[in-house]
Design a protein around this ligand. Structure first.
Ligand SMILES: [Zn+2]
Length: 295
């Protein structure tokens, strides 16, 4: 179970597809996002690696430091297969002492993927600020650098009023149930929807189902009406709606949809026909048949 999460099997390749290494990177990222939510329910995914215990712990280990004992014990007790796998890699400090290069390689790969997640989040926030305020290319580049280097710059960015609808969205009850919706005006960018998911995943319980397709309220939406929206439903019936993702063809948008569905840890998300469903159907429900609530 834990090895499946850490190094999942990939379906056989076909047609024009991204390189295998980038698929593998996406698989590792989604496993890590799922592991974070499972091990830290209610805790936001940190924007900065400096605030991230996975990055800090792996960084300390890889630079030759000891693995903090309490951290290891605490996570070993958790029921999370995913983070347990991370912890096993971290605890591989013992193996490293015995010259186990494989474990160290795992640690390097996990740390890299985790840093990519923080980078994705901060990059999308900076881009959104630039898009919203009309900042030119130079200011955008300078601010991205600042945010990556200085903690205070990241805090200032997160506090920007221009980012408020994205960083601090309110619940929308007009659908009859609480919906947290990515602002449609953010542009239909797959990575931006991933960033919105990273920012707000912790506000939901276990995610149990998803739908993709045309919905009345999507069509009614005034600004940036999207052709489809990915909706994720949690165990309490709350909805996380992402407006930058698509399905029905092989491209960036559907790959983003796959990424989110796997990171959400939906039931049966490891099945190969999830990929076929996302690439071939413009509207779908996952899992295909309603299932009794798990856990
Ligand atoms: Zn991290």
């Amino acid at each position: 179970m834990t090895d499946d999460l850490l190094l999942p099997e990939l379906p056989p390749g076909r047609g024009s597809r991204p390189r295998w290494s980038s698929l593998r990177e996406a698989q590792r990222q989604t496993a890590l996002v799922f592991a974070w939510a499972a091990a830290r329910p209610g805790a936001p995914f940190p924007a900065s690696p400096d605030d991230c215990e996975v990055c800090r712990t792996l960084g300390a280990w890889l630079s030759g430091g000891a693995v903090p004992g309490e951290w290891h014990k605490e996570h070993s007790r958790s029921q999370s297969g995913g983070l347990a796998a991370v912890v096993r890699a971290v605890a591989g400090a013992r193996d490293a002492a015995l010259g186990n290069a494989g474990r160290r390689q795992d640690g390097v790969a996990i740390r890299h993927s985790h840093e990519e997640l923080h980078l994705l989040l901060t990059r999308e926030l900076t881009d959104l600020w630039a898009d919203t305020t009309g900042a030119g290319a130079e200011r955008r580049a300078a601010r991205t650098q600042e945010v990556l280097r200085f903690r205070a710059a990241l805090d200032a960015l997160l506090a920007e009023p221009a980012l408020s609808p994205f960083v601090r969205p309110g619940w929308d009850g007009s659908d009859g149930r609480p919906v947290l919706r990515e602002p449609p005006a953010t542009g239909g960018i797959a990575d931006r929807s991933k960033a919105f998911f990273l920012l707000h995943r912790h506000r939901f319980q276990d995610l149990t189902a998803a739908t993709m397709g045309d919905y009345a309220q999507v069509r009614r939406r005034e600004a940036g009406a999207a052709a489809g929206s990915l909706r994720l439903y949690d165990a309490r019936g709350r909805v996380l709606e992402l407006t930058g993702l698509t399905s029905g063809y092989e491209g960036e948008g559907p790959r983003g949809t796959l990424w989110v569905l796997r990171a959400a840890g939906l039931p049966d998300a490891g099945r190969p026909d999830l990929e076929r469903t996302v690439f071939e159907r413009r509207a779908f429900r996952w899992p295909a048949e309603p299932e009794p609530a798990r856990r």
